[in-house]
Design a protein around this ligand. Structure first.
Ligand SMILES: [Zn+2]
Length: 380
């Protein structure tokens, strides 16, 4: 999710050659057969999709009102376009507004959003299945379904309670973005004044340790630079940025600077590039002309910058579909991902590298986090 209404989060994985049993390889304008083959034989694992939020605000949280087995032009996401785009695994954001931190109903609303995802999976069982682990993802993808994990967006969802954090893990939540647009008592937002001394309060550090113990990924999208750095110091597992782009290309507080890109590489984590026009095109340009949506090529510039600074093992895709109001030309909805693969091929990237960034990297991070969790449980 972006700030208020839009901007949620997604993750992508690419496990080499989990050839989708039946991926319907659709011809997309300007995408070669070679690009389609590479794309569909990889494992696109997107870090952030806000469909549950759009279901809430446009569809009364009802799949009768918005049936995604039918074409849904009012959304970025429906089943046919997910298949066309070659999505194999998805982190569905269960975002609720940062204002719930003050109204006190963040857990209630988060549970309602979790219920939307659970109902989606039950209603379309031939398309989606909830995944608990990286192995589970592989099994589900091999069966030709879209592996689904949940991402909490905004640490206020746990209402300062580690027992609630543990219960949300039990509901399928496999990452938590520590903040959204507002700072919390225990972690600071990139788009608000800090409330902690060094990025995390003592309780914030406890949250990170408990997430490590559970095997829940720590998501540093939306947080301040100080919170990014402190979390990278405290976490024993690799982290993710579920939907953030490169600050050196566009100096926006929601993007990741080069220093943190290097620290993330050292941590073993992954930065999943966000497609939102406001993050990928230079801010000044946007101010002068709000119609500047940017293009697919701009997004690939961000991907290449992350590769240049952090390395090919530390980049992914976190589109933010259905969480943002404006998208680049060429990346209008979830059917368009193969165009990224085509553009990467055009720029000389090889099959193996493309598979890493489509999803292989975030799969590795998930497995590492599971290992760290198992080690911490064993040492208790
Ligand atoms: Zn967001």
């Amino acid at each position: 999710m972006l700030n208020s209404r839009l901007t949620l989060c997604l993750v992508l994985l690419s496990v080499p050659v989990i050839a989708a049993a039946q991926a319907p390889v659709t011809k997309i304008q300007g995408v070669s057969q070679q690009a389609l083959d590479i794309h569909h034989s990889g494992m696109l694992f997107d870090g952030h999709n806000d469909l549950p939020w759009q279901m809430k605000i446009q569809g009364q949280s009802s799949f009768d009102v918005l049936d995604i087995s039918k074409t849904r032009p009012e959304l970025h996401t429906d089943i046919a376009r997910l298949r066309e785009g070659g999505v194999k695994a998805q982190f569905w954001s269960v975002y609720v507004s940062a204002s719930t931190d003050t109204t006190g109903d963040s857990l209630l609303q988060t549970m309602e959003q979790i219920d939307v995802v659970h109902r989606m999976v039950r209603r379309y069982p031939e398309t989606f299945e909830l995944a608990d682990t990286a192995d589970d993802i592989e099994r589900i993808v091999k069966a030709g379904k879209i592996a689904s994990m949940l991402g909490i967006e905004g640490g206020y969802s746990i209402q300062e309670s580690l027992p609630i954090l543990r219960r949300l893990y039990g509901q399928g939540c496999r990452y938590m973005t520590l903040t959204h647009s507002k700072s919390l008592a225990w972690a600071d937002s990139a788009t608000d004044e800090p409330r902690t001394k060094n990025g995390l309060s003592p309780f914030g550090e406890e949250v990170i340790r408990e997430m490590n113990r559970l095997g829940m990924l720590i998501d540093l999208s939306h947080v301040s630079v100080a919170t990014m750095k402190r979390s990278l110091e405290v976490s024993k597992a690799p982290v993710i940025f579920s939907h953030s782009s490169a600050r050196a290309i566009n100096d926006h507080a929601r993007n990741v600077n080069d220093e943190v890109l290097r620290l993330t590489a050292k941590n073993g984590g992954v930065v999943m590039v966000n497609f939102y026009s406001g993050f990928i095109t230079p801010t000044e340009q946007l101010k002068k002309d709000s119609k500047d949506l940017g293009t697919l090529s701009d997004v690939v510039d961000h991907i290449e910058h992350v590769i240049k600074i952090a390395g090919i093992d530390h980049v992914g895709i976190g589109s933010d579909y259905d969480g943002v109001p404006r998208l680049p030309v060429g990346l209008e909805d979830v059917s368009t991902y193969p165009r990224i693969t085509q553009e990467l091929l055009n720029r000389g990237h090889k099959r193996e590298a493309i598979h890493k960034l489509l999803g292989g990297n975030v799969m590795r991070v998930l497995r590492e986090a599971e290992k760290v969790s198992a080690g911490l449980l064993a040492s208790k």
